[in-house]
Design a binder for this molecule. Structure first.
Ligand SMILES: [Zn+2]
Length: 97
């Protein structure tokens, strides 16, 4: 069926987060190119009623955790900097004793 400007069409609305009634506002050949949600009046590309992919990509989340581990491991070991500061109090103790 040929789509025409102003036609009613079902599509996924990212704002309403569900399939909503839309109006065709732009055409690419016989296919709707842009549609407007009749509920929130948001214009967007025609999605063929497909919701967008979820924002959290499990592979990216795993990569992010790997990076976190690397950053944690790159930090100086505990006690490396305070070791120098410890020498002075020890010397004082020896002098007092
Ligand atoms: Zn909407």
């Amino acid at each position: 069926m040929r789509a025409r400007l102003g036609d009613d069409i079902d599509d996924y609305c990212v704002k309403c987060k569900r399939i909503m009634n839309h109006s065709v506002v732009s055409l690419m050949g016989d296919e709707p190119a842009k549609v407007r949600c009749r509920t929130c009046h948001q214009d967007h590309d025609y999605r063929h009623e497909q919701p967008p992919p979820p924002k959290v990509d499990p592979r990216k989340a795993a990569l992010f955790n790997e990076v976190l581990k690397t950053v944690a491991g790159a930090q100086p070991a505990d006690g490396e900097a305070p070791a120098e500061a410890d020498e002075k109090p020890k010397a004082k103790k020896k002098a007092r004793a």
